[in-house]
Ligand binder design. Structure first.
Ligand code: AMP
Length: 293
């Protein structure tokens, strides 16, 4: 495994890779790695593929300075975990990623995705995601970009970014969410939960599964439901989910409802959909989702 602490050294390596017959699988991360990240890294390893992992806690995607300050940093442990799985690890500095300083000023057109769900609760977050992703893609020049469905909306945002960039030879692969046995989605932020809170946090999973069942039953029983009836039903489901999470000890629930899958527009029972959730337990804000078949 080669470790590059500077973009220029990495670029030397990248430019020397033959343009034919060798490929790059890229897994961008913010470190504090867990089994969810490692599942993406393992997926990267195909014949003739170099697996590149970046670790960079991107300041421009944190709308809450406290969240940025408290973001766990475990580089030594991360490198140990990556040994034998990644071919190359890139640890760029903020100065190299943002040579023109902060805040970055580039802006991206996200087709409504930044106004809903996470976008509504974390202003500027997805612009920050696009800023860093655009720079990383220019540096790494991957053939495959592997991201976790855990951050469902982020995947849709990055898909919109890739459409804008018009990358010809780049495939976005979205990998399934890795969960604890309890159903709790693995997340770097789980490190800040107590053992008791981790048990309570699994309520998110159970509530998503329960909502999925209610949605399926509603679709079977009400095949002719109007837009208005569907919207009313979503409110009922959301109310029930919020109650379940509050009973489990969550202090607030930002959203817990189904949406149309591609732009996260209002739920429409005839379109592919996904249940999305964000809720706070103690000092930790957790997000999760469940795509519906
Ligand atoms: P992060 O370090 O949080 O920026 O995450 C880096 C990548 O790992 C993103 O593509 C995430 O969606 C993905 N990821 C995070 N948690 C999980 C998980 N539990 N299962 C699968 N992928 C994950």
């Amino acid at each position: 495994m080669i470790l590059f602490r500077s973009v220029s050294a990495f670029s030397n390596w990248r430019n020397r890779l033959p343009s034919e017959g060798s490929f790059v699988s890229f897994i961008p991360t913010m470190g504090a790695l867990h089994e969810g990240h490692l599942s993406l890294v393992r997926r990267g390893k195909l014949k003739n593929h170099q697996v590149v992992v970046s670790i960079f806690v991107n300041p421009t995607q944190f709308n809450d300075p406290k969240d940025f300050q408290h973001y766990p940093i475990t580089i030594a442990q991360d490198l140990t975990l990556l040994h034998g799985l990644a071919d190359v690890v890139l640890l760029p500095s903020v100065e190299e990623m943002y040579p023109d300083g902060l805040p970055a000023t580039d802006r991206y057109q996200l087709q409504g995705l930044e106004e809903v769900f996470e976008g509504a609760f974390r202003p500027g977050h997805f612009q920050g995601v696009c800023q860093v992703m655009n720079r990383l893609l220019n540096i790494v020049q991957p053939h495959r970009l592997i991201m976790g469905q855990k951050d469902f909306q982020q995947c849709m945002v990055v898909r919109a970014l890739l459409e804008q960039r018009g990358d010809q030879n780049l495939v976005l692969e979205i990998a399934e969410t890795i969960r604890e046995e309890s159903g709790l989605a693995m997340s770097s932020r789980n490190k800040r939960l107590s053992e008791e809170e981790k048990i309570a946090a699994a309520t998110i999973w159970r509530t998503m599964v329960s909502m999925q069942k209610k949605i399926t039953a509603f679709q079977i029983e009400n095949p002719q439901a109007t837009e208005g009836q569907q919207a009313d039903q979503v409110k009922v489901w959301e109310g029930e989910a919020v109650d379940a999470l509050k009973r489990a000890g969550f202090s607030s629930v930002d959203y817990f409802r189904p949406a149309e899958k591609k732009y996260l527009a209002n739920w429409d029972m005839h379109q592919p959909s996904v249940v999305l959730c964000a809720a706070t337990l103690g000092t930790v804000r957790l997000i999760d989702n469940l795509p519906l078949s």
